[in-house]
Design a protein around this ligand. Structure first.
Ligand code: GUN
Length: 283
């Protein structure tokens, strides 16, 4: 079997075109969707992600601004900034780029963002609503993965979905979204014994380990759908996923590439959440 490649970049492009039309309609009603991103320090990877968000927003007609604060900024200074944005009616979405420096308690920051502007879907209120299957902002990478599976007509109901990785940003919520869609979900992580026993029984395998090319054809089930969330930089500067694309694509039925797979979908879902916020639909 040769897997069909799930072209995240193409799907993201199509969705952004549809969103651009929706933004035009909102502007006719006097609503200009606006996203504010806060970044501390000048870590090149974080800056590159943030600039990507700004560029994608502009392409979709969403207005955005980036607030740059020094790495030495205090937790209170950041909280004060969030308070101003929470009370600014022109700002629909607020995103604080993670990770934050160690002297700042990440959870305090996440909880300070108004749930109505929580376009990351990280606030406990958003997470609680997601857990109970109520409408809310859903975290961008998990929502991007769900959208890819649904767009390619991959059945989720009744299937065994195995998630490798249990981060708050990807692993935990993507399992929850698939459970909400009636999958049977197994989480694997660094303390899981005999992980291959699980991955080999997965109809849908979501890999978010952060280690290059660790999932190979011998670890997967014939005909399964493989979603690679890994972004690893090789010595030559090129990006590679957690999945060995070459061998796995000969056995799976669907596979996402890296780059041009999950990554473009994540940013697209951020734009979608910003439009949702502008419409006042936080759930
Ligand atoms: N850092 C890496 N991914 C993300 C994300 O999805 N949201 C935020 N706020 N920071 C991140």
């Amino acid at each position: 079997m040769t897997a069909q490649v799930i072209k995240g970049k193409e799907l993201a492009h199509k969705l952004r075109e549809e969103m651009a039309e929706e933004v035009t309609q909102l502007k006719e009603k006097g609503i200009i969707p606006h996203l504010t991103v806060i970044i501390l320090g000048d870590d090149p990877a974080s800056k590159s992600y943030v600039n990507g968000k700004k560029k994608a927003s502009a392409e979709t007609g969403i207005s955005s601004d980036i607030i740059e604060m020094p790495l030495s900024a205090s937790e209170q200074e950041l909280l004060d900034k969030i308070d101003i944005l929470n009370n600014d009616d022109h700002v629909h979405g607020i995103l604080v780029q993670l990770p934050l420096p160690e002297h700042i308690n990440e959870q305090h920051i996440i909880e300070a963002i108004s749930p109505d502007k929580d376009v990351d879907g990280f606030h406990p209120s958003s997470i609680g609503k997601m857990l109970t299957g109520n409408d809310t902002f859903l975290p961008c990478t998990p929502l991007g993965i769900l959208t890819m599976l649904q767009s390619y007509g991959i059945q989720i109901e009744g299937k065994h979905a195995v998630i490798i990785g249990r981060s708050n940003i990807v692993g935990k919520p993507v399992g929850q979204l698939l459970l909400n869609e009636h999958a049977t979900v197994t989480y694997c992580h660094s303390r899981t014994k005999d992980m291959t026993a699980f991955t080999k029984s997965a109809d849908i395998l979501i890999v978010a380990m952060g280690k290059p090319n660790v999932i190979r054809s011998e670890h997967i089930k014939e005909g399964s759908a493989i979603i690679d969330v890994g972004i690893n930089r090789k010595d030559d500067g090129k990006l590679t996923g957690d999945v060995d694309f070459q061998s796995v694509s000969e056995k799976a039925s669907y596979i996402t590439p890296v780059p041009k797979g999950v990554g473009p979908m994540t940013i697209t879902m951020l734009l979608q959440n910003t439009i949702k916020a502008a419409k006042g639909l936080s759930g």
